[in-house]
Design a protein around this ligand. Structure first.
Ligand code: ADP
Ligand code: ZN
Ligand code: ZN
Length: 663
């Protein structure tokens, strides 16, 4: 007689409980595999977390359904992964099933093996292994390689071109040579793919590269290769922190300050937090790096809880560029005379210019001079942006679009129109001023075009077929173009006054990163920063590349206001199609929080979110703030549990532990 086997499955749903199914007669089910099964009225893929010969007590055996299919031939997760998922579930207030789903690549059974690391991709920035390290690099490397398990993390702090990547790679080589594995995290931007592939190339077939262009089946195939131990070095964005490497020796977080390390959907985990947890469990070393650390990391360095390893010189042959702030206040258009002259001068030298503006579209908001009417999205409380080429007004949150009005829709006045400017408008002005220059614009609009607009533009710029590249963040980060002489920031203030306590930090960091693009390889780099507030301390310090000065002032302010890193936050967002229900649920949660909160903690709100309506959902927020995460976390857990009873099903509650964006 065949003995029955029962599988315990977790699903990617916000339910903590596991469900029991009967295994297939062939007994394929095993811990770590995925299984398709009926869940209510639908079929879903669950994760097998235990197998038992006994039917669970309390359920009549005839009522237990049989799984439909075992998805995987070999397990895709193990004990360690399950333990990490359980930790994530408790820290980020999600179910273990949701955590596993975030950790594991989806996709069908992995069969074909794909190797991406060994591809002959064109890569730049990674030097051949024969380079002789500078004294600072040597010191940094030996600090890392001689570190003891359980010691503090390291931080390579130095401007672009100071040789951080080279130290990361040597540390990785050191670990591999000792039979240990390495996870190398890079930000989630199109350009990281270049870096990732260049790193993969350096390590050949031993590297697995988990970039965003992989299909889910390719991703799963890489996963299997990593689990098997064939690929001891893994390069990829945020989710690569879950890579199932054996014998983890080192986690590298490049551009540690980057916002993409924080997940924007549940579970809202931070790659750095998960990396710290994994390193603590496995005794692996953690090494981060950036020219502009996050305020959290900076504070930990000041407190000696992260060891700062400074790289102070540019090794790439270039030097620190001249950075100058230009007031835009008196300028009629969006390009000042000085910036125009510099573009001309650069072109005459046969060199290239990057113009940066963190705002796409043609104009920013529609305003009526007569009655004050502003054109906002029907579903979101944000201004619509005029996109001239499409001749539409677009919502950048939900995609809603409408024809731009000819006259004010409210009072009929003709004194109404779009103000402010975006990349599309700058493009028009630049083309008018420099009809002889070859100009390309890259932003989310052009990148979305078929035929890989972004990669084509970047390749053209790199080869010298384009004189001036104009774009959003996409041009700011991770780009290294040897021919660039001039970087122009069209308007530095765009993000400075957003209702988010990190607005200054983000603006500063972005400006310093952009400035780092100039003069990487030549000593005559020039950065011109146009601003409406040339005396704003954030702008002044960014232009001086004064990271220490910026953080001294910024941390002082955070301390006074009680914001991170001087406190910890847990944010609840309550959203509903019905504004009354969202508000009622927020007040209810507020009452429970108040009951459980420790005396040293406080609640901000309930209040409308800075963007109070997105895609037809009204959003209210509640912010818990305290000095101690453990007690804050416990209180949040109790409040959420208490709220469960009698919860309004028309309201969805999002929990964000250590939120990064407050909008
Ligand atoms: P970062 O990661 O800090 O931006 P990289 O490691 O990419 O810096 O180094 C920048 C440039 O300097 C690269 O072209 C690299 O080849 C070169 N480089 C790095 N280390 C050295 C060194 N020790 N000697 C000479 N050149 C170096
Ligand atoms: Zn009007
Ligand atoms: Zn909208």
């Amino acid at each position: 007689m065949i003995r029955e086997r029962y599988l315990s499955l977790l699903f990617d749903i916000p339910v903590k409980q596991a469900f029991t199914y009967r295994d297939l007669p062939a007994g394929e089910g095993a811990v770590g595999k995925r299984a398709a099964a009926d869940l209510g009225r639908r079929q879903a893929v669950g994760f097998v977390i235990s197998v038992s010969g006994e039917a669970p007590a309390g359920i009549e055996s005839s009522r237990i359904k049989t799984v439909r299919r075992i998805v995987d031939k070999d397990p895709v997760f193990g004990e360690d992964d399950l333990a990490l998922a359980e930790w994530m579930a408790s820290y980020y207030f999600c179910s273990t099933g949701e955590a596993l789903a975030a950790m594991l690549p989806s996709g069908r059974r992995a069969s074909a093996f794909a190797s991406f690391g060994a591809d002959d991709m064109e890569g730049e920035g990674v030097a051949p292994a024969a380079l002789e390290l500078s004294a600072e690099q040597e010191a940094a490397l030996s600090a890392i390689t001689s570190s003891q398990a359980g010691g503090p993390p390291f931080y390579l702090y130095g401007i672009t071109g100071s040789g951080k990547t080279e130290v990361f790679l040597r540390a990785a080589e050191f670990m591999l040579a000792r039979g240990k594995s390495v996870i190398y995290l890079v930000p989630e931007i199109a350009l990281s793919r270049q870096t990732a592939e260049a790193i993969g190339k350096r390590f050949g077939g031993r590297a697995a590269t988990l970039h965003s262009k992989l299909t889910s089946s390719q991703r799963l195939a890489e996963w299997v290769r990593i689990r098997s131990g064939d690929a001891p070095i893994v390069v990829g964005p945020r989710s690569a922190v879950f890579a199932p490497v054996r014998n983890l020796g080192l986690v590298i977080i490049d551009e540690e300050h980057d916002g993409s390390y924080k997940s924007g959907s549940a579970p809202r985990y931070h790659g750095r937090q998960v990396a710290m947890k994994r390193c603590a469990t496995s005794g692996a070393a953690l090494v981060m790096g950036s020219a502009t650390p996050s305020a959290e990391a900076w504070k930990l360095m000041e407190d000696g809880k992260i060891r700062r390893l400074r790289l102070s010189a540019r090794l790439s042959g270039g030097s620190i560029p001249e950075i100058k702030a230009l007031s835009l206040a008196q300028s009629p258009g969006c390009l000042s005379r000085e910036l125009k002259e510099a573009i001309r001068e650069t072109a005459n030298m046969g060199r290239q210019t990057i113009l940066f503006l963190n705002r796409r579209g043609f104009a920013y908001f529609y305003h009526c001079g007569n009655c004050g009417f502003e054109l906002t999205c029907k579903h979101c409380s944000v201004s619509l942006t005029w996109h001239k080429a499409k001749s539409r007004a677009l919502c950048h949150y939900c995609g809603y679009e409408t024809a731009p009005p000819r006259a004010c829709p409210s009072c009929g006045s003709l004194e109404a129109g779009f103000r402010g400017f975006g990349t599309e408008m700058i493009e028009e002005e630049v083309r008018r001023a420099f009809p002889d220059l070859r100009i390309r614009r890259v932003d989310a609009d052009t990148a979305a075009k078929k035929g890989g607009g972004l990669e084509e533009s970047l390749a053209m710029f790199r080869s010298g077929a384009v004189d001036l590249l104009l774009g959003t963040q996409m041009v700011a980060k991770g780009l290294n173009f040897p021919g660039v002489r001039l970087v122009g920031v069209v308007l530095a203030d765009t993000g400075l006054h957003l209702p988010d306590f990190r607005a200054a930090e983000r603006t500063f960091s972005l400006l310093v990163q952009v400035a780092g693009r100039a003069g990487r390889y030549f000593p005559d780099g020039k950065v011109l920063v146009q601003t409406l507030r040339p005396n704003d301390p954030v702008i002044v310090r960014a232009c001086a590349l004064d990271v220490e000065g910026f953080f001294a002032a910024e941390l002082e302010q955070r301390r006074e206001l009680g914001f991170p890193p001087y406190s910890r936050l847990i944010r609840f967002t309550l959203r509903s199609r019905d504004p009354g229900k969202a508000a009622a649920a927020a007040h209810r949660l507020f009452e429970f929080c108040r009951r459980f909160l420790p005396p040293d903690a406080g609640i901000l709100g309930p209040a409308e979110c800075p963007v109070s309506l997105i895609a037809g959902n009204y959003r209210m927020q509640l912010l818990l703030r305290g000095g101690n995460m453990a007690s804050l976390h416990a209180a949040a857990g109790k409040a959420l549990a208490a709220c469960e009873q009698g919860r309004d099903p028309a309201v969805y509650t999002e929990v964000d532990v250590d939120p990064v964006s407050m909008l």
